[in-house]
Write a protein that binds this ligand. Sequence first.
Ligand SMILES: Cc1cc2nc3c(=O)[nH]c(=O)nc-3n(C[C@H](O)[C@H](O)[C@H](O)COP(=O)(O)O)c2cc1C
Length: 361
Amino acid sequence: MAGGPSTPELAAAVADAGGLGFLAAGYLDAEAMAGQIAAVRELTDAPVGMNLFAPPEDEADLVAADDHGLADYRRRLEPEARRLGVDLPTSTIVDDDHWRAKLDALIADPVPVVSFTFGLPQPADVAALHGVGTRLVGTVTGEREAEDALARGMDAICVQGPEAGGHRGTHRVGADPDDRPLGELVAAVAEVVRRSRTSDDPTGTTGSTVVPLIAAGGIVDAADVAAVRRAGADAVQLGTAFLLTREAGTSPAHRRALDEERDAVSASRPARGTTVTRAYTGRPARGLRTSFIETYGHVAPAAYPQVHQLTKPLRAAAARTGDLERCHLWAGTGASRTSEGLMSDVPAASVVDRFAAAFDA
Ligand SMILES: Cc1cc2nc3c(=O)[nH]c(=O)nc-3n(C[C@H](O)[C@H](O)[C@H](O)COP(=O)(O)O)c2cc1C
């Protein structure tokens, strides 16, 4: 969980509890990423993975900003910037999140597992990472992306459903994300894996899933685990369930919003609920509803990372001043369901234990 929630402490606590802890390299340069790896190695000997934002393969995703109505969006946001006392960037910022430098660093100093969202690494980088013994996980949001992940040699596939908190990992920025619920997506991707397995196997006798499927999105209790297991998932990936843990680096504003949401739901008071929006970053992402989303969600252009860079000063100021209506409050659908997993300040190990028990049930 890039942007703060994932810390070395959280990844180490999850790993020590028997989960596969992950660090987040998104928004960090290679040096900062290396710092996170060094910190986690101080904390645990258990394997910990690293997650990267893959840059778009299709140049069309990086077309001139004005094509996406970015200038218009900037004009609309100016009053917000004035209110918060910040300046919006005057030029369009397009970056690749230090992709090359981070891959090179992970090849030079390997970690056991690297996962990708927003796309996949190129074949040469897959080979280089495999060459240093790293297992690779590709995030997919539908069958086509799953086929690409298999063709690219991913060792496991993370199937991310529409319930997931944070960004949807669609490989194309402009793609309308698949709305089928996680269970259906997992079953559909399991079928893709089975078919590819059968076509690789002339005897046709195996049919077993060799590329494990990890289900992600809205999983907060044992019933959610059972449902995705039935659909064909081998493992689950949790984000929201860890946001309020002691070890998470979730900002105070974000924690307050999640606390308020849980308390409102528990007391049957009106709650924010979650929704998917491009308002903050230009990519679809699920978070708690805010007035920023209500006002700008329908006009935000599909331009990532341009919109992310444009709204960054606004969001930073809002988080600093605790202005929840202008913060991005990423959360999955589970945040609006009463759940023990969203209790404040619990140790991450207790969350892992609860899910391990659900898995074994
Ligand atoms: C605050 C937050 C940040 C996230 N950041 C990332 C990220 O950097 N990379 C990534 O692959 N997924 C990211 N995700 C998505 C998670 O990997 C996962 O798909 C999602 O949390 C699962 O849904 P859940 O939040 O309902 O458990 C993020 C999710 C949240 C809530």
